[in-house]
Design a protein around this ligand. Structure first.
Ligand code: F6R
Length: 257
């Protein structure tokens, strides 16, 4: 696990965008796993800038989003499909047919989730997965107690997650209580993963995920077993890491070799 600590949110986002750009330039039909929420917004803005100013093209890129609220129409302003279209897809040259966000209105959920997994496989698996982390340690919507081998399925959201996400809704009662999410096993199958976290309110859970035991109570801790994970943090999110100085030293050393 490579832990990169940047001065602030802006630098964290730019660092992540640099990695995404590099991977796209290496493989034009990259299969990119995407997250929603506040954390990757800066990354998406930077990718849009790179598209407009540096000719970065997404024409052949395929995307798979981690999750979608169950019961929300794709046109609902708080749906993750709406979020992705508004914050990234409509501002770059991606073919919308190449973008996948779980269908929050799927009827036969079991069958639909299997098909989502099959679709990912059809493209050869996810090359690079972008993740945020919930304050309860979730990746995707894999709440505490989720099987570390889980696949795409419907999950009941934790009380903490509903409270955290209520900031996007008029009131807490409007927040959906269920979501369709890739499983921890699905996420871990990605060839490479970038986890982003910013802000003091994430510092405790970041320390648990990176330096604590691997446990289904903090599903992000499962990233410790993956061979190619880059954790990009700002100083605030990194503030409770015991080995911060070592991580910084490693980054400086890597640059030398
Ligand atoms: C979103 C997702 C979630 C978020 C997490 C952090 O697609 O899968 O795991 O990444 O809840 O959300 P923010 O970035 O809003 O703090």
């Amino acid at each position: 696990m490579e832990v990169i600590i940047k001065k602030n949110y802006d630098e964290m986002s730019k660092e992540a965008a640099k990695v995404v750009k590099k991977r796209i330039l290496k493989k034009l039909n990259l299969v990119l796993g995407l997250a929603t929420g506040s954390t990757p917004l800066g990354l998406y803005q930077e990718l849009v800038r790179m598209h407009k100013e540096e000719d970065l093209s997404f024409k052949k890129v395929k995307t798979f989003n981690l999750d979608e609220y169950y019961g929300l129409d794709p046109d609902h302003p708080q749906s993750y499909r709406y979020f992705m279209n508004a914050n990234l897809f409509s501002q770059i040259d991606i073919d919308l047919a190449n973008t996948h966000v779980p269908d929050g209105l799927a009827k036969d959920i079991g069958k639909y989730c299997l098909e989502y997994e099959e679709e990912i496989e059809k493209y050869g698996g996810i090359d690079l997965q972008v993740l945020g982390i919930g304050s309860d340690g979730h990746i995707g919507f894999n709440e505490p107690g989720s099987s570390l081998g889980s696949r795409t399925r419907i999950k009941t959201l934790n009380e903490q997650t509903v409270a955290d996400n209520s900031r996007f809704f008029k009131n807490i009662d409007e927040v959906p209580k269920y979501a369709i999410t890739m499983g921890v096993g699905t996420i871990i199958d990605a060839k490479e993963i970038i986890l982003l976290a910013s802000g003091k309110n994430k510092s405790r859970v970041v320390a648990q995920a990176i330096e604590g035991p691997v446990t289904s109570q903090i599903t992000a801790s499962m990233l410790q077993v993956h061979p190619k994970v880059m954790v990009i943090l700002d100083e605030d999110a990194a503030s409770l890491l015991k080995k911060r100085d070592y991580y910084k030293f490693v980054v400086e050393s890597v640059e030398k070799f």
